[in-house]
Structure formats: structure tokens, C-alpha cells
Design a protein around this ligand. Structure first.
Ligand SMILES: CC(C)(COP(=O)(O)OP(=O)(O)OC[C@H]1O[C@@H](n2cnc3c(N)ncnc32)[C@H](O)[C@@H]1OP(=O)(O)O)[C@@H](O)C(=O)NCCC(=O)NCCS
Length: 169
């Protein structure tokens, strides 16, 4: 059965053109202030130390299946970084064969609905494929419809795992 979402040619034609308007590449040290500012604007929480450690762990070229990519605007105007996506290949967690996990994704509020998120999704998907994994996963809050809609539109669907948690008082 054909999957709905990003593989449907008519629906994706315009989006593919828009996605070509940004350049996706590995994060550089000079990008980090923009990444930190973007995350602060989107989440309302400043986490400079967290971002420093993420850059140290994920900013190195193709280090151990870790990917920290940014979307750069190509017109040279305004904020140079329009978004970021972070993920890694994780092996044998929860009994799962190696797969790619996306655990960070954000697009500048003024750059949304223009294909930036999709372009970054495509780029990290390609990195995971090159790393040799056949499956990609992420996790979203069930009441957070925006990322749910986004990931669903990219072809992702509910997986076979259930997340469990409890309070540690
Ligand atoms: C989710 C997010 C990354 C999407 O980025 P984006 O650049 O706007 O996404 P795109 O323009 O590539 O959209 C791709 C598809 O996602 C879906 N989508 C994106 N935003 C949507 C919205 N507001 N409402 C409904 N569908 C939406 C659409 O199907 C869209 O395809 P279409 O334009 O062909 O209809 C961005 O909204 C964001 O940063 N949100 C806040 C942070 C967040 O939720 N991060 C993800 C969880 S960690």
C-alpha cells in the first residue's frame, strides 16, 4: 500500500522547490549563538550549557552516527540560521536494532511553512541512510499537534513502543 505523506508527487511538487531555497549543513561553532537564541525564542527557556554540551557531542563531522544540522538561508538577509535538527543512530536500546533517532527540531517562527523543516528532515534521513540504518524514530507529546502533523506529513507513523513513566518524589 502506498503511504500518504512525502512520497505523494503532486502534493510535494511545490514543497520540493521551496526546500531547495535553503542550504542544510553541519552546525559550526559560529552558528551556536543563533541556535541558542532560536531555541530560547521557541521554548521560552535559555539553556546555554545544554547547547554547549550538545555542540561538543554532536557537532563533530560524522562522529559516531551523530548529526547536528542547520538550515542556512541563501539570500543573505536577516537571521542566518533558520532552523536545526539533531539526531543520532542508537543501537540495541529497548531491544531495538540500530535506528536513527531525531530528538531536536526547530524552525524559526518567521520561516515556517516554507519547507525548511522538511528540508532538514530530508537531510537527516539521508545521513541515517548513509549510516546504514533502515528505520527512523522520534517522540512527540501526544497533545502537541504541530510536530505530530509535521512528522506525519513526512511519512512517519505510530511505532510499536509505548513510553512509560512515573513520578520520583
Ligand atoms: C514542526 C516544525 C519543525 C515544522 O517546520 P516547517 O519548516 O514549518 O515545516 P515545513 O514547511 O517543511 O512543513 C512540512 C509539512 O508539515 C506540515 N505542517 C507544518 N506546519 C504545519 C502547521 N502549522 N499546521 C499543519 N501542518 C503543518 C504540513 O503538512 C507541511 O507540508 P505542506 O507545507 O506541504 O502542507 C516547526 O513548526 C517548529 O519548529 N515547531 C516548533 C518546534 C517543534 O514543534 N519541534 C518538533 C518537536 S521537537
Amino acid at each position: 500500500m502506498k503511504r500518504a505523506g512525502r512520497t505523494t508527487p503532486t502534493r510535494r511538487a511545490g514543497t520540493a522547490e521551496r526546500r531547495d531555497a535553503v542550504r542544510i549543513s553541519r552546525v559550526q561553532a559560529a552558528d551556536m549563538p543563533y541556535v541558542v537564541a532560536l531555541d530560547r525564542r521557541v521554548t521560552g527557556i535559555a539553556k546555554k550549557a545544554y547547547w554547549q554540551s550538545l555542540f561538543a557531542l554532536y557537532g563533530k563531522p560524522r562522529l559516531s552516527g551523530r548529526f547536528f544540522l542547520v538550515a542556512r538561508r541563501t539570500d543573505g538577509r536577516g537571521e542566518p540560521i533558520l532552523g536545526f535538527i539533531i539526531g543520532e543512530v542508537r543501537a540495541w536500546e529497548f531491544g531495538s536494532a540500530p535506528c536513527g533517532w531525531v530528538f531536536g527540531l526547530s524552525v524559526h517562527p518567521e520561516a515556517r511553512l516554507a519547507g525548511v523543516g522538511g528540508a532538514m528532515f530530508d537531510a537527516i534521513t539521508a545521513e541515517f541512510r548513509r549510516a546504514g540504518v533502515k528505520k527512523m524514530r522520534t517522540m512527540v507529546a501526544r497533545d502537541d499537534l504541530l510536530p505530530l502533523r509535521f512528522f506525519r506529513s513526512e511519512g512517519m507513523m505510530a511505532g510499536p513502543y509505548i513510553q512509560l513513566e512515573m513520578d520520583l518524589d
